[in-house]
Design a protein around this ligand. Structure first.
Ligand code: T4K
Length: 372
C-alpha cells in the first residue's frame, strides 16, 4: 500500500464530461455565423425548453452559475435582507448566497441519517426566531429532503421554501423531478456536476409568471428602454448553453454509468467495519451525484484519506467544515452536522470511471480499516 501508480494520471473526485467535438463544433459554427454570443440567444432558449420538458416543470430559467441562481431565487421570493433558516451541512455557496443578499442565516441541524435539514429542529428554530422569513434546505448529494414535512412547515408558518437543488439534477422523488418541490428550486450546472454547461445554473418555480421576473432580474432589470426593477447580470452565454445542448442527450447513459459505479463501490467497500452512507429518502430514484462514505471517526477517515492520497487518489471532504464553524459567522453549534463533517469523504466518481480504479480504492480502504 502507499505506492503511486506511475502508469496512470492522478485521480480526482470527479472528471468533467467533455461533449463530442463534432457536435460542439457544429453548434459553435452556428453561433459564430449568427454573431449572437449571449443575451438570451437561441441556444439558451432551446436548453431552457429541453430541460423544462425533461424535468416536467412549467418553466426553467438558466443563469450564469448555481450561486447566482440562489441569489436570484432569494430575490424572487422576497427573502433578501431577511432571516432564513438553512443547513450547515452543504457547500459554502448556499450560505454565501444568503449573505450576499443581506440575509441573516440561521442554522438548524441535520437529520444524521439523511444528512438533510431536520424538519423538527427547523420548527424549533422558527419558534425561537419569529422573524424567520423563509427556509432554504439542500438536497445534499442528490438525496431528497423530507419535502412533505418542509411543505407542511412552510404552510403552517407562512414561509416560502427554497430548495438548493445544486446536486439534485436527475434525481426523482415519487416519479417527479426533485426540482418540482418548493416555492422555487435552484440548480448548478458547474463542470463538476453530473450534467453541466461548464458554468451555469437554473431556477425552477411552479409559477409560470416567475420566468418573466427572472428574465428581468438576471439581465439588468430592463426590457429595451423600459426599466422595471434593479437587476444584475447573471445571464448564460450561448457557448455555455451549447455545451449543455450537446451533453443533455447523454443523460440516461450518464445516470446509468454512475449507478453502475456506485453499485461496484457498494460491493467492494468493507461495510462491516462500521462505514455507512446517507439513508436515501423512500421513493427516491437517486442520481448518484456523489459517493459519500461516513467513517466511524475522524481519525480513521484521515488515515483512509492519507492512504488514498499516497496513491495519488484524491477524494474530497465534501462537506467540511460544518458551516457553523465558518470564521466569519457566529453560530450556535449543530452537533450532528459537525460530527458528520469530521468523518465523511466523497470518493472519486464519474460515469465511465475505470472499474479497476474502484477496486483499487476499495482495497485501499479495506486495508486501512483492517489495520485500524
Ligand atoms: N449549492 C450547493 C449545494 C453546491 O454544492 C454548489 C456548488 C452551489 C450551490 C453553487 O453552484 P455553482 O455556483 O458552483 O454553480 C466544486 C464546484 O466548483 C462547485 O460547483 C460545487 N458545488 C462544489 C461541491 O464542488 P471545488 O472547489 O471542490 O472544485 P474543484 O475545482 O476542486 O474540482 C473538483 C474536481 O473536479 C477537480 O479535482 C477535478 C475535477 N474538475 C474540476 C474542474 C473545475 C474537472 O474535471 N474539470 C474542471 O473544469 O468546488
Amino acid at each position: 500500500m502507499g505506492e503511486k501508480n506511475a502508469s496512470r494520471p492522478p485521480v480526482f473526485v470527479t472528471r468533467a464530461l467533455i461533449p463530442s467535438e463534432d457536435a460542439f463544433m457544429e453548434r459553435l459554427r452556428a453561433i459564430f455565423s449568427s454573431h449572437q454570443l449571449t443575451n438570451q440567444g437561441p441556444c439558451v432558449q432551446q436548453l431552457e425548453k429541453n430541460l423544462a420538458h425533461m424535468m416536467e416543470v412549467p418553466t426553467l430559467s438558466l443563469c450564469a452559475n448555481g450561486t447566482l441562481a440562489l441569489q436570484l431565487a432569494i430575490r424572487l421570493l422576497g427573502l433578501n435582507g431577511k432571516t432564513v433558516i438553512t443547513t450547515p451541512f452543504t457547500y459554502v455557496a448556499t450560505v454565501s448566497a444568503l449573505l450576499w443578499e443581506g440575509c441573516t442565516p440561521l442554522f438548524a441541524d441535520i437529520d444524521p441519517r439523511t444528512l438533510c435539514l431536520c424538519p423538527e429542529k427547523t420548527e424549533r428554530l422558527i419558534r425561537k426566531h419569529p422573524e424567520t422569513a423563509g427556509i432554504l434546505p439542500v438536497h445534499v448529494y442528490g438525496n431528497a429532503c423530507d419535502v412533505a414535512a418542509m411543505r407542511d412547515l412552510g404552510q403552517r408558518y407562512g414561509l416560502p421554501v427554497l430548495y438548493d437543488a445544486a446536486h439534485a439534477f436527475g434525481s426523482r422523488l415519487h416519479g417527479k423531478s426533485l426540482f418540482a418541490w418548493g416555492d422555487a428550486a435552484t440548480g448548478s450546472f458547474h463542470a463538476t456536476k453530473l450534467f453541466h454547461t461548464v458554468e451555469g445554473g437554473c431556477i425552477v418555480s411552479p409559477h409560470a409568471g416567475d420566468q418573466e421576473t427572472l428574465r428581468l432580474l438576471r439581465a439588468f432589470g430592463h426590457c429595451d428602454d423600459n426599466h422595471i426593477r434593479p437587476g444584475i447580470n447573471a445571464k448564460m452565454s450561448e457557448l455555455h448553453a451549447a455545451v449543455g445542448l450537446c451533453l443533455l442527450p447523454q443523460l440516461p447513459e450518464i445516470l446509468r454509468g454512475r449507478a453502475a459505479r456506485c453499485a461496484l463501490y457498494d460491493a467492494v467497500l468493507p461495510w462491516d467495519y462500521g462505514l455507512r452512507g446517507p439513508r436515501l429518502a423512500p421513493g427516491l430514484e437517486w442520481n448518484h451525484a456523489y459517493y459519500p462514505v461516513i467513517f466511524p471517526d475522524g481519525a480513521v477517515m484521515r488515515a483512509v484519506l492519507a492512504a488514498l492520497e499516497a496513491r495519488d487518489i484524491h477524494p474530497r471532504r465534501y462537506f467540511y467544515p460544518s458551516l457553523t464553524k465558518l470564521p466569519y459567522l457566529q453560530s450556535p453549534s449543530c452537533p450532528e452536522a459537525e460530527d458528520v463533517a469530521e468523518r465523511v469523504l466523497c470518493l472519486p466518481l464519474w460515469p465511465d470511471m475505470e472499474e479497476d480504479l474502484i477496486r483499487e480504492i476499495g482495497a485501499t480502504v479495506s486495508s486501512v480499516m483492517a489495520g485500524a
